[in-house]
Design a protein. Structure first.
Length: 256
């Protein structure tokens, strides 16, 4: 299957074209174009030129900061019951009326008649605006996902020689304008968070690594309220900045 993935992130628009099978992912092209803080449909057309988007599954990526997530422990494993429970939980826990939200969920684990669920919600206006941007370029994405889920999909496709130890990982993605923390258990997202600092802000501060560690530890404190047994065995750093300098320090502190 061919896929073309497009993300608008900060001051750039990015596109990736790839062909994949269960055994192999082949990258065909990667493109980045400055957007000046806003991407027009003409910029979308330019970056997709030559990537044959009409012969591919189109995927739009939105920022983690544009969605709300909740971790739910529900007393059922029946799909229909879970759907109803998630809808009721959304009404109680989300800050907007149900008609203003688009809600989805995925199952993290199920055992002894209970399910651990990740609820994901996005304001309907955000999705409508993103779809309009694609449609103005004459295209229709088949899927819109937060970038945290794109990062998790990448981690699940790591070749065996690059797979870190254990089954609980932290993906730390430092981008130009934001930093995303994604906690995985057996390849499934159990918690994600987006920070307002990007690579430039982190590098401008001598104490940046300590500030980053504080944010990671704050995230740990939050997630362990729901998943007290979480014990991250590996930290994977991606993106921009002095990642190698940070990796050892983060790895040594992550389990404390």
């Amino acid at each position: 299957m061919r896929r073309v993935v497009v993300e608008v992130a900060g001051t750039s628009i990015r596109a990736l074209a790839a062909s994949d099978t269960p055994a192999e992912l082949r990258i065909e092209a990667v493109r980045v174009e400055p957007s000046g803080g806003g991407a027009s449909h003409e910029a979308l057309k330019r970056i997709l030129a030559g990537l044959r988007p009409r012969s591919a599954k189109l995927i739009g990526i939105i920022g983690r900061d544009q969605v709300i997530t909740r971790l739910l422990h529900l007393p059922s494993t029946d799909p229909e019951e879970l759907q109803r429970m998630v809808e009721l939980s959304g009404k109680a826990q989300l800050p907007y009326p149900p008609e203003q939200m688009i809600v989805d969920f995925h199952i993290i684990s199920q055992e002894q008649g209970t399910s651990t669920i990740q609820l994901v919600a996005c304001h309907r206006e955000t999705i409508t605006r993103h779809l309009a941007w694609w449609r103005q370029a004459g295209l229709e994405p088949s899927l819109i996902v937060p970038n945290s889920w794109a990062l998790a999909a990448w981690a699940r496709r790591l070749p065996p020689e690059r797979v870190p130890p254990g089954q609980e990982w932290l993906l730390l993605h430092v981008d130009t304008s934001r930093t995303d923390l994604v906690f995985l258990r057996k390849g499934q997202i159990v918690f994600s968070r987006s920070l307002g600092q990007g690579s430039g802000e982190w590098q401008a501060q001598p104490e940046s690594i300590q500030l980053l560690i504080q944010e990671v530890e704050r995230s740990f404190s939050s997630i362990r309220k729901d998943l007290p047994t979480l014990n991250v065995s590996a930290v994977i750093l991606l993106g921009q900045g002095p990642l190698e300098q940070w990796a050892a320090t983060l790895q040594s502190r992550i389990g404390k």
